[in-house]
Structure formats: structure tokens, C-alpha cells
Design a protein around this ligand. Structure first.
Ligand SMILES: [Mn+2]
Length: 253
């Protein structure tokens, strides 16, 4: 399987991959607008916008992000992969107990607020998890829950494999587990070998996109940095969507 410098996507299909959004509706909207502009400037037969997961938590408007993604993906040109935060939210919804408190501990509080649920007791700590779960259940529109349940674990196009966190080295791409696809860091990040495709992922924050011969990481911590990275792949071409437009990726990898 080719490494990045020789990797190719399917002919005639432009792939846009967007990193971890984490409640930043403003940045997601700007990215979608930039894609629309790019498609006018550089028309293409077909395109697909692959969102790499972690739509909720940390940033201010998770509810708005989910509503925008539902709308954006309606016409079939967009797809949304599952991130660990999205999975955690669903688990909390199903069972709001200490076993699933990773969600409220790592940014879920902001998501609750975005759905109009107040997470704190007056001047005190978090309200009981059970009560939060009940209020979230009441506040969450059914189509938002259906969106979260419908997230895909991964997607492959040509020589590229897309997943939120990465893959387990040594295991076939078709046999990866949901927990690895949505949560893995090591030994994926240090692996220098060929995964069977170039893996495009988010989840692990880097100040700049991380371009390696066997993977591209594009989580640039949008919720805090304001930079929501968008990778563009088309045939043998690789590049970025910058505020100024399309910029080719110089690739020695
Ligand atoms: Mn993540």
C-alpha cells in the first residue's frame, strides 16, 4: 500500500476532511462556506465532506453544531464519523451514572448548557448525574439523538482511511474496533509502518496538522485555537483549505 507521497483518492471525487469541531458552530459554518467557495473556484464532478468526529463538548454550541451537521448532510455530500465525545454523550444519555461520568468530566457540561440544561446546583457542584441525564433526555431533540446513533465508525476512499482517533497497528482496517477507531493514541501515533492505507484522523491535538508518511492528524484544537483544519484530497493531490483558499501540501513524506 502506498505511503502518503504516492497515495491517491478515487478519480473525480474531491474529499474534504474536517477535524474536531467541539461545539464551535462559528468555525464549522466558516469551513462549510469556504468549501462552497472552493467548489465554485475549482469545480469538480463529485465531492464528499468527511467530518472526523467530536462534534460536542468543550466549545459553546454543541446543539448548534449537531443541527448544522444534520442540515449539511441532508443532500448526501457530507458524512459524519463518530468521535469518543459523541459516543460518551450517547452512553451518558442511556445510563447517567458514575460509570459514564467521563462525559460530564471532559466537556459534557458545556453541551448540557447548549441544550438549555443547567448542570450546576445553585452555587454548588454538579447536580446529580441521574437528574442531568433526565433533563438531557427531555431537552435533546429526537433527530439529534438519531444523528449521534447514526455516526459511522470509519470510511475508506482509495488509499485513504478516515477515522476519529486512528487504528490499532497490526490489525486489518476492516477489523478495527469502535473503541480503537474513536479513542486510540498509542501505539498508533508512534507506529511508523504501513497501516494498509494512509490514516486521516483527529482526536490527538497538534499545533499544526501532523503530516507523516502513514497518517495525517488534523485536530488543531479548534475549540481553543480557533483553527478548524480542513484537508483536501483529490486523485494524487493533497492540500489544505486556508482562509485564502486552496493551498497544495508540499509532500516529501
Ligand atoms: Mn476525540
Amino acid at each position: 500500500m502506498p505511503l502518503l507521497k504516492d497515495a491517491r483518492g478515487p478519480e473525480g471525487l474531491r474529499l474534504y476532511a474536517i477535524g474536531d469541531v467541539h461545539g464551535r458552530l462559528d468555525l464549522l459554518r466558516a469551513r462549510h462556506a469556504a468549501i462552497a467557495t472552493d467548489l465554485v473556484r475549482r469545480p469538480v464532478r463529485a465531492f464528499r465532506v468527511i467530518h472526523l468526529g467530536d462534534y460536542v463538548d468543550r466549545g459553546p454550541d454543541s446543539a448548534g453544531v449537531i443541527a448544522a451537521l444534520i442540515e449539511f448532510c441532508r443532500d448526501g455530500d457530507g458524512v459524519c464519523l463518530a468521535g469518543n465525545h459523541d459516543v460518551w454523550m450517547l452512553r451518558f444519555l442511556a445510563k447517567p451514572t458514575a460509570a459514564n461520568s467521563a462525559w460530564t468530566d471532559f466537556g459534557g457540561v458545556e453541551t448540557l448548557i447548549s441544550y438549555g440544561v443547567s448542570p450546576y446546583a445553585r452555587g454548588m457542584g454538579l447536580r446529580p448525574l441521574k437528574a442531568l441525564g433526565k433533563d438531557l433526555r427531555a431537552a435533546l431533540p429526537p433527530e439529534h439523538e438519531a444523528f449521534l446513533r447514526g455516526l459511522r465508525a470509519c470510511e475508506r476512499h482509495g488509499d485513504y482511511f478516515f477515522a476519529h482517533a486512528g487504528v490499532r497497528p497490526g490489525r486489518a482496517l476492516e477489523r478495527q474496533s469502535l473503541s480503537d477507531l474513536t479513542e486510540i493514541r498509542e501505539p498508533f501515533l508512534s507506529e511508523q509502518g504501513d497501516f494498509g492505507a494512509v490514516v486521516v484522523h483527529g482526536h490527538t491535538v497538534t499545533p499544526e496538522p501532523c503530516v507523516k508518511p502513514n497518517r495525517i492528524g488534523i485536530d488543531t484544537k479548534a475549540y481553543a485555537s480557533g483553527v478548524l483544519t480542513c484537508l483536501v484530497l483529490e486523485g494524487a493531490e493533497k492540500g489544505w483549505l486556508t482562509p485564502e483558499g486552496y493551498a497544495p501540501l508540499m509532500c516529501e513524506a
